[in-house]
Design a protein around this ligand. Structure first.
Ligand code: SAM
Length: 276
């Protein structure tokens, strides 16, 4: 008998994968957590029926959420990752010698533990001495950290449950305060095909707080529609520029850095750049 897992990506569309083994499937304090061994994507972390990361395509998301800000900021010493309990974003951040400390604030300890157990290539950097792992709500942590960080990366789940507040204007205002005077924020902001309203709203919210707001894109096969967006808020540095510090990556390079900001017309419209 074959076992297939379907993620219902919209009310009318699903992505279905052949499952070779269910490695775990249980309810945590916050969500339903499963790790599946799939034929197509290797091990897959699923929270509340939504794919978070897979062994085969995780590099795109984790490199693209991390390296744009890490290369655009001239000296990213103190970095905060909100969410991201699988550790992939922290792994990318630690590729830079400038990083003195990388703090992970993940609300669900079970995500961290399951990633350490089943996804060691993604979670490998969580034991690095520069990493400070906090099991807490990112919203509260950001409120209590004024002027502390050079770069903040919001590696959140979709805006449901505890992640709803990670897309709120108040949270972005607290991030602005938690950043140093030249700090930079990057948030994952979902699919430009399926989450148009969210992208418009987040872009407007960040735009009301940060002097510079930009959206960029990357192709991620296991995320709904395969095209994913990230929104940057910057206090002064131009996000499209990169220091060109050599870094070992599979997706990111300096041409991809610049190209990621070249938006198709329908995405330009979402961020009010029609005709530019
Ligand atoms: N790459 C993923 C995606 O876009 O689907 C996100 C991966 S990461 C596993 C997302 C994490 O955010 C989850 O582990 C979840 O527990 C965490 N999270 C959700 N709300 C949070 C909050 N308020 N504070 C801290 N972490 C939160």
């Amino acid at each position: 008998m074959e076992l297939w897992y379907t993620e219902k990506q919209t009310n009318n569309l699903g992505m279905t994968c052949l499952v070779q083994e269910t490695l775990c499937n249980f309810k945590t304090e916050f969500q339903q957590l499963a790790v599946l061994e799939t034929a197509q994507f290797g091990k897959m972390l699923v929270l509340d029926g939504t794919v978070q990361t897979t062994e085969r395509d995780e590099f795109v998301y984790h490199e693209m959420i991390a390296h744009i800000a890490m290369q655009a900021h001239p000296n990213p010493k103190k970095v905060l990752v909100v969410g991201g309990g699988d550790g992939g974003t922290i792994r990318e951040v630690l590729k830079y010698a400038a990083v003195e400390s990388a703090t992970l604030v993940e609300i669900d300890e079970a995500v961290i533990e399951a990633s350490k157990k089943f996804l060691p290539k993604i979670s490998c950097a969580l034991s690095d001495p520069r990493v400070n792992v906090l099991v807490a709500d990112g919203i509260g942590h950001v409120k209590l950290s004024p002027g502390k960080y050079d770069v903040i990366l919001v590696d959140s789940t979709d805006p449901v449950g505890p992640a709803i507040g990670l897309f709120a204007e108040e949270f972005y205002a607290d991030i602005f305060k938690a950043l140093k005077k030249d700090g930079m924020l990057v948030a994952q902001t979902e699919s430009p095909f399926f989450n148009c309203e969210l992208i418009e709203n987040v872009y407007a919210r960040i735009g009301r707080i940060f002097p510079l707001t930009k959206l960029y894109l990357a192709s991620i096969p296991t995320y709904p529609s395969g095209l994913w967006s990230f929104t940057v808020g910057s206090k002064c540095y131009e996000p499209e520029n990169c220091r060109q510090e050599p870094v070992n990556t599979k997706y990111y390079n300096f041409a991809v850095h610049r190209g990621a900001f070249c938006l198709p017309n329908f995405v330009k419209e979402l961020v009010g750049e029609k005709g530019k």
